[in-house]
Design a binder for this molecule. Structure first.
Ligand SMILES: Nc1ncnc2c1ncn2[C@@H]1O[C@H](COP(=O)(O)OP(=O)(O)OP(=O)(O)O)[C@@H](O)[C@H]1O
Ligand SMILES: [Mg+2]
Length: 321
């Protein structure tokens, strides 16, 4: 992706005493993407997000958000322009949801924000409860209000730390859908999660971290193709495998030839015909086509097999069939 990165991690290290929460993390959040920061409990997701926003001082390395680094004159203003939802939303408990939105709009110096406030309350499903005191909200409702607050002013970047925490299954589906649609509204997303399936469903890219260290980074399709097998596998005549991979790549899929002559194919594939048809059009006939079980969960398990990313890297190379 060639878009300009809106957030940059450059060798970030954060230690708390003897605990290394983040250990040399480097990756970028390109404009227009939904980027997942994925890792189990204690992996360092919240610490990494706090550092980006200047809430935790790095031990080493650096970060930048909207081209500003912590300590630079423009940093505070850049952070104010970022919509954030970290470890439970900052809301005024004694006042209503709508009033919370008005207070935030005023803090952002947004004038004439009423229509936007109503639109965002509707977007997060809180219109009916807009005049209820936020302190009486369930955790899920507070998360939704936090999301609406983060989206006020149509920020170019939102940073969301586990935004689906506390939501019921229906709420999780709605919030994921909403997050997926943010790039179309001009908002790039950095979102953390410990749920592999969630990141796979909601994100274009993922940065997988474990014990503060980066294990893998890329688009979901790249990660699946590189580390976790693929969505589909197909077999063509061995002497046609290379050309078949080329055709599938031109069709927008990730196709990797395996040692045994099979092709691992990943991408937005709903139907095997998306693989067989472009090949048939070029005179290559599929001998076998089957759906592979490996998903992002498989990628993560392969990468963390020994809790050591070097060994895990070696292990993952063997998991590509
Ligand atoms: N303020 C702090 N003081 C001491 N240790 C901390 C502090 N913040 C985080 N840590 C430690 O750093 C490590 C990473 O924590 P962090 O909260 O960033 O993980 P996380 O990936 O967000 O986890 P979770 O999924 O549980 O939210 C943990 O071992 C945690 O105990
Ligand atoms: Mg956390």
């Amino acid at each position: 992706m060639t878009a300009q990165p809106l957030a940059v991690y450059d060798g970030l290290v954060k230690r708390y005493g003897t605990v290394t929460a983040v250990d040399g993390l480097s990756f970028e959040v390109p404009e227009g993407a939904v980027c997942g920061l994925l890792g189990p409990n204690g992996a360092g997701k919240t610490t990494a997000i706090r550092a980006l926003l200047g809430l935790a001082a790095p031990t080493a390395g650096s970060t930048a958000v909207l081209d500003e680094r912590p300590g630079s004159p423009g940093f505070a203003a850049a952070v104010r322009r970022v919509g954030t939802l970290i470890e439970g939303p900052a809301i005024y408990a004694r006042t209503t949801a709508r009033k919370n939105m008005r207070i935030e709009a005023a803090a952002l110096s947004l004038h004439g924000a009423e229509a936007q406030i109503e639109e965002l309350l509707a977007l997060v499903g809180l219109t009916d409860r807009a005049d209820t005191r936020a302190g009486t909200f369930s955790m899920g409702m507070k998360q939704r209000l936090g999301l609406a607050l983060a989206l006020l002013g149509g920020p170019r970047l939102v940073v969301l730390d586990e935004p689906t925490n506390g939501l019921d299954p229906a709420g999780i589906v709605e919030v994921r859908k909403l997050i997926k649609e943010l790039p179309a509204r001009g908002t790039t997303v950095l979102v953390s999660s410990h749920q592999l399936a969630e990141v796979e469903l909601m994100c274009d890219r993922a940065t997988i971290i474990h014990r503060g260290r980066l294990l893998a980074e890329g688009t979901i399709a790249e990660l699946l193709a590189r580390h976790g097998g693929a969505g589909f596998a197909t077999q063509v005549a061995p002497d046609e495998a290379g050309r078949a991979a080329e055709i599938l790549r031109r069709a927008g899929l990730t196709a990797t030839t395996q040692d045994d002559g099979r092709l691992a194919v990943a991408g937005a594939i709903d139907d095997g015909a998306q693989i067989s048809r472009p090949l048939a059009d070029e005179g290559i006939h599929v001998r076998e086509l089957w759906r592979e079980g490996a998903r992002l969960e498989g990628v993560f398990l392969a990468l963390t097999e020994d809790g050591d990313e070097e060994q895990a890297g070696a292990a993952s190379a063997e998991v590509t069939t």
